[in-house]
Design a protein around this ligand. Sequence first.
Ligand SMILES: Nc1nc2c(c(=O)[nH]1)N[C@H]1C(S)=C(S)[C@@H](COP(=O)(O)O)O[C@H]1N2
Ligand SMILES: [Mo]
Length: 331
Amino acid sequence: MKKLTDNDITPEAIFFLRRRTLLKQLGISAAALSLPATGSADILSWLSGDAPAKPQPGKPITLTRPAQYQNDLPLTPEDKVTGYNNFYEFGLDKAAPARNAGTLKTDGWQLQIDGEVAKPLTLDMDAIFKRFAMEQRIYRLRCVEAWSMVVPWVGFSLAKLLQAAEPTSKARFVAFQTRYAPDEMPGQKDSFIGGGLSYPYVEGLRLDEAMHPLTLLATGVYGKTLPPQNGAPIRLIVPWKYGFKGIKSIVKITLTSCQPPTTWNQLAPEEYGFYANVNPHVDHPRWSQASERVIGSGGILDVKRQPTLLFNGYGDQVARLYRGMNLREYF
Ligand SMILES: Nc1nc2c(c(=O)[nH]1)N[C@H]1C(S)=C(S)[C@@H](COP(=O)(O)O)O[C@H]1N2
Ligand SMILES: [Mo]
């Protein structure tokens, strides 16, 4: 029998695609799958038998500012941050992105900022590194699948980029789009690989959330440029929201007057809201969000759990954005 490793945990979307077949193969009832994310998903992934990842490293980044938002949280080991990923364009298992994302072409990358702005911009990565001071930010990352990490990102506040484009008075939301290149991203071509999501992956924030100083455009991790599996060359990080809001490999940012569609919400609106604020009191319909599995250095038996914090522990900084809102309704 194959030994279980940490990389064997399967993602969420496997339920939507493989549920029926695997249930048959397993000869078990649907009720048996109504376990927290790490029980059932582990078993399914184990059956799928994927090889462990070979993480692809980045290049060193010079920090042009002193480190900010540092804290004393123990960092998740680098090989886990770059080897245990969700990037469905490259497959569903946690090791697939590190193994497969090398086909993503990041040379000559252009990031476009358009929509409700006075000054639309198109920037290449050189321009981004020249224009914006890079700083390290150590943030908690809480995936909606109930696992978590602590990651030292490198990047800059999204607010600085948006200010440069000068949002008009009509701008109320910000829409983000991942690169669409089916020849580089097999999951965009084949819905079995891509988890049945519609591509390109899109995400969105309210303008005030996007302008919040904690909201980061990350260009690096662990002091180096982002490896492809982490969303090279530039991706979003919103530390008080579930990880799926942190859209990877962004090519376009559009300011809009209406709330934009978002990928996971389109797949299952009753399970993944637009806001997706980390909230231990609002469970996912199929599992509890009260606690989370901490990704550590060990394998599957390294099962430290900890309570999940409201707004992932950033409530003192972000709760004001949601004053007067019913967080069960706007989940
Ligand atoms: N384009 C794209 N962005 C994505 C995803 C994805 O599948 N495609 N997965 C999301 C999810 S569910 C999580 S938890 C984080 C994981 O980021 P990491 O692999 O760098 O830890 O990326 C998010 N961004
Ligand atoms: Mo996630």
